[in-house]
Each structure stands twice: as C-alpha cells, then as structure tokens.
Design a protein around this ligand. Structure first.
Ligand code: C5P
Length: 401
C-alpha cells in the first residue's frame, strides 16, 4: 500500500527489539510515509537519537522538558499532527504506564494526549508477557481501543529462552499499520452533517422549553465519522459535552437556528439527524423577562417548528444521498419508526426504545433497530460509542466507502 502523505509517530521503547524499529522506519519511508520518532529514555539505551534521526530524515524527540523541542513542535502537536501512533517495541513497563494513563515522560505524555489510533508491538521476555499483570494491562489497552500486533513465538534475542514475546517483524508491523490506516478511513473524502443535542426554544430571555437530550449519541456518531475519515459538521444544540476532535462544530439554540445551520452545511454525502428537536417553539417569545404578576401565569401560544429531517429529506436540491433520522419511542418502537420513515421520506431510521426501563436517556448504552426500505435490523444493546461505530460502518458501505 502506498503510504504517501500519511504521518506516523513512532515511539521506541527500551528493549533489545529497538534495533528492529530502525528497519521499521526504513520500510515506512520506502512506502512514502513521514515518520516522526519519539525515543524513550530506556529506548536510548538501545538506539541513539543520531541513528534514528538519520534514518527518519528528521531529528528524534527525546525529552519532555527540552525547551528547544517544545518550541519547535511541542508534545501536543506531536500527539495530534499524525495519522497513527505506533509503539515499537512496547515494553511491559510502557504498556503498564499506558494502561494507567501515566504521563511522566515524552512518550507517555504523547500517548495520553493523542486522539489518533494507536498500535503497539509488544516485546518482552515470555514470562513477563505471560504474567497476569501484563495480560491485565493488555486487556485494558484493548478496551481503550488500542490495536496490537504480535508478539510472536520464538527464541528471544537476549536469552536462549523460547516462548511468546518476540516483537513482530517490521513487515508485519507495516501490514498492521496499512490495515489500520486503510480500514480506518472508509469515509475519507465524504462530507457528513450531523445534528445532536436538544434545542432550546426561548420563552423570554431567561426561560425556555426543551426536550431531554444529552447529545451523547449524536456526538459519538460525529466522533466515529471523523475517525473514519469523514469531513464532519456537527450542528449541536446546548449540551454539556466536549467538542469531538477533528469536527467542525456549529452551536445553535433553537430549531430554526438548527435548520439554518444544517442548510448552511450542505451539500453533504450523508446527514444524520440525532438531535431531539423541540416540535414547538413559542409563537411570540418575550423580548423582556416576563414578570410574575397579578394576571396569573402567562398563556404561552406555541408555534410549530420546522421539521429539519423532513425538510432535508424532501429537498429538491442538495438532498444528501443518505438521510438518516432517529426515532425515540416509548412504545411500538418499530411500527412507529416505519411510519416515520414513510412520512419523512428519509432513507433510514434508527429507532430506539426510550421508555424509562431502558435507561437510554442520558445513559451510555442504547438498544436500536435500523429501519429502512429493505427491512428491520435489531442490534444488540451496546454502548453509544459502539452504536456510532456500527452506524458509521453502515454509512460507509452505503456510500461505497
Ligand atoms: O417526528 P420525530 O420528532 O419523532 O422525528 C424524530 C427525527 O426527526 C429525529 O431524527 C429528529 O432529529 C428529527 N427532527 C427534526 N426536526 C424536528 C423534529 C424532529 O429534524 N423539528
């Protein structure tokens, strides 16, 4: 695979297998990748910054508190200005520090600061590899989404012990990198607009009506789509969530503002409407705070809000190829979703049961059914992140990614 234009940050840990990291750099550069290297303190016992720098074609980074390098790129930029972080060799100690989120040197700080995929190539003595502590750390890292290549079985370089613990060969690591960079970007070149969160409909400058929505599912979809390489515009109502990395976030309050922001973000290849838009706004929002008075509580006249999903799904120009709505239902989940699909004329509805028993609202798990013209698929209960990743995979397949 041609890796030209791809940026790889290689972290070399301290182990005899570090010598193989030099060949790994060569192989990656042969394929066109730009390789930046962070050499851990222990790594420097095995290979020197000079040899690494010569092979990488640029200086190696070694120290967290080196004022010259902090000025030059800095650990946050090292962590972010890359497509993939590779740790080779990943020693037992480095894996333990990663599993615990320590950040006491440049290598671990970069690993904690990065929002990019991470691949580790463990290398250690077979007994250290088999130790329950290492296996526990490995499971923790896998749960954090970190990919692993190797270790292989065979004779160790430093002793004549055999067993599992040899670092994967450079070409095996290259193949794992190609797999991650290729498979990880099925939405490259695609533009996706996503709505998330509630809308707030002003009653007056201090009061509003709204739907319940944490925005967790919509934000997770934005994150997953960006990780899959899409250019993402996230139109979000008021939420207490951080902006997903690598996503253009447009913050809005009301349904009308949300519609305008969505229309402004088109054209797009796909649009996902995960926001819980208020169906009604206040017909005449007060310009001043409404006072409690003798007249009793005010009578609020409601006015219907635009249906953003239906508007975009039925647009004559700039209709995205794939328009996906959500349906939060408390009963007859699938039947209601089918009716909604027909009424709004979108392509898919992700229907979820939000009756109190499920704990979906504000929670981290979701049970959804994917409803389309070709039928209904019921997905297992899973985290909102997993729902997001699965949905993004389906979007990529539908868009031919
Ligand atoms: O009709 P209902 O509100 O149940 O439909 C839910 C779907 O429609 C969700 O995808 C939601 O984001 C979208 N929607 C919208 N604009 C509205 C109301 C709902 O985009 N005004």
């Amino acid at each position: 695979m041609n890796l030209s234009g791809r940026r790889i940050l290689l972290i070399i840990g301290g182990g005899i297998a570090a010598y193989k990291a030099l060949e790994l750099i060569r192989r990656l550069r042969e394929r066109g990748a730009a390789v930046r290297v962070v050499l851990s303190k222990a790594g420097q016992q095995f290979v020197t910054p000079l040899s690494v720098g010569a092979i990488a074609g640029q200086r190696a980074y070694t120290d967290l508190f080196d004022p010259a390098s902090e000025f030059d790129v800095g650990h946050i930029r090292l962590a972010r200005d890359t497509d993939l972080v590779v740790v080779a060799p990943a020693t037992a100690d480095l894996m333990a520090r990663m599993a615990h989120g320590l950040a006491d040197d440049l290598a671990t700080t970069v690993l904690l600061a990065t929002d990019k995929p991470v691949l580790i190539a463990p290398a250690m003595n077979p007994r250290m590899w088999a130790h329950p502590a290492t296996q526990r750390n490995l499971a923790r890292l896998a749960a954090d989404g970190i990919a692993t290549v190797g270790p292989n079985a065979g004779e160790m370089a430093e002793s004549h012990e055999a067993g599992t613990g040899r670092m994967a060969e450079p070409l095996e690591i290259v193949a794992a990198i190609e797999g991650l960079l290729g498979a990880a970007r099925p939405l490259a070149g695609k533009r996706i607009v996503i709505t998330s969160g509630p809308t707030h409909e002003a009653i007056d400058p201090v009061r509003y009506i709204a739907n319940r929505s944490s925005g967790k599912q919509g934000h997770a979809i934005a994150r997953a789509a960006a990780a899959a390489g899409a250019e993402v515009v996230l139109v979000s109502g008021p939420v207490a969530l951080a902006d997903p990395p690598g996503v253009k976030v447009v913050k809005v309050e009301s349904a009308r503002e949300m519609l305008a922001a969505v229309e402004g973000a088109l054209p797009a290849d796909a649009a996902v409407f995960a926001a819980a838009v208020a169906d009604w706004g206040i017909a005449q929002a007060g310009a001043q705070k409404i006072k409690k008075g003798d007249g009793g509580p005010p009578q609020l006249a409601l006015a219907e809000n635009p249906d953003i999903l239906a508007t975009v799904a039925q647009a004559r120009t700039q209709r995205p190829r794939l328009v996906i709505g959500f349906a939060a239902e408390t009963e007859k989940v699938v039947d209601n979703a089918k009716a909604k699909l027909a009424r709004k004329r979108c392509d898919w509805i992700v229907a979820n049961d939000v009756s109190a028993a499920g704990g979906v609202m504000g929670g981290d798990r979701n049970t959804v059914h994917l409803v389309s013209a070709s039928g209904v698929e019921s997905w297992p209960t899973q985290s909102k992140e997993e729902v997001a990743r699965a949905l993004v995979e389906r979007i990529a397949a539908a868009l031919g990614g």
